[in-house]
Each structure stands twice: as C-alpha cells, then as structure tokens.
Design a protein around this ligand. Structure first.
Ligand SMILES: CC(C)(COP(=O)(O)OP(=O)(O)OC[C@H]1O[C@@H](n2cnc3c(N)ncnc32)[C@H](O)[C@@H]1OP(=O)(O)O)[C@@H](O)C(=O)NCCC(=O)NCCS
Length: 133
C-alpha cells in the first residue's frame, strides 16, 4: 500500500494482468536530480509478447519524466526485453546506493555485485529525426 500511487496496472475483465512501478532513489548530491528505479514489471504469462510490457514500461517512463531524473535504472533478469525499450547495461558499482538499500537483505544471493540480475540504465538512442544536441 505504501507505493500504491506509483503503480501502473493493466486490467482485463476486472483482473490485473500487468504491472509496472517506480521508486525515487535517495540522492545525497544536492546538485543532482534523483534517480528512478523501474520495478515490478510483470505481464500475465498468457498475455506476454503482445506489447503490454512495453506499454507499461513506456507509461512509467512518461510518468517519471516530471522528476527530470538523473538516471532511470532497472535491475532485471530479462535484459533483452529492457534493451528493446532503450536500456543499456551498466556496471553495478554505478548504483551502489540502490544495492545498499535494496539488495542487502536479499536471501537469494550472497553478493549483489555478483548476483545474476543485470543493472541497466535508460539511454534511448537519438532518432534520425532528432536534430543535433
Ligand atoms: C518481461 C515481461 C514483462 C515482458 O512483457 P511482454 O508484454 O511480453 O513484452 P512485450 O510484448 O511488450 O515485448 C516488447 C519487446 O521485448 C521483447 N521481449 C519480451 N520479453 C522478452 C524476453 N524475455 N526476452 C527477450 N525479448 C523479449 C519482445 O519480443 C518485444 O520485441 P519487439 O519490440 O522487437 O517486438 C514479461 O515477459 C514478464 O512478465 N516476465 C516475467 C517477469 C519479469 O521477468 N519481469 C521483469 C522484471 S524486472
């Protein structure tokens, strides 16, 4: 319930069939805007591969744009999906604050730096129609 306002859901016949949420990560440097972590991306198994996951993540990215985030990250076991959406792998030592906050109590893996989850950051490639930076 704590993060209910940060959850997007897809509904079908009154049932929740997909979710995406985000968290604002603590930023100690006052010169930087916060980073955002995309979390809880999930689509019901029988509805996967029809574009729903993309819609949910793109809707979450649109919602968090107002924070002008320093970076948008995800920790994931499905990096190929996030690659399709413009995320690129990053070194986990770039997100130590996240690892410290989120991974320390993980009971699955001993070390967040070597666990198989892949750290990624949103870095969409400029489109051919975009002008020079
Ligand atoms: C990952 C997940 C959310 C993707 O949802 P989805 O609705 O199937 O994804 P989409 O149909 O929107 O796919 C978007 C693109 O990613 C690709 N894609 C989707 N899942 C993929 C996967 N597991 N591996 C590689 N590519 C994948 C699709 O083929 C599609 O590519 P295209 O744009 O070239 O056609 C869904 O498979 C899921 O719920 N998995 C279990 C939970 C999970 O792993 N969540 C991620 C936690 S961080």
């Amino acid at each position: 319930m704590l993060h209910i306002d940060r959850f997007l859901v897809a509904e079908l016949d009154g049932e929740i069939v997909g979710t995406a949420s985000w968290a604002v990560l603590p930023e100690l440097d006052p010169a930087k805007n916060p980073s955002i972590e995309i979390q809880s991306v999930s689509v019901r198994e029988d509805l996967q591969k029809h574009g729903l996951g993309r819609q949910l993540v793109e809707a979450a990215l649109a919602r968090v744009a107002e924070f002008k985030p320093d970076q948008i990250i995800v920790l994931t076991f499905t990096p190929l999906f996030f690659e399709k959406l413009g995320f690129t792998p990053i070194s986990k030592d770039k997100i130590l604050y996240k690892l410290y906050k989120g991974c320390m109590n993980c009971s699955k893996y001993d070390n967040p730096l070597t666990c198989p989850e892949v750290a990624m950051a949103y870095a969409p490639r400029p489109r051919a129609t975009d002008g020079p930076a």
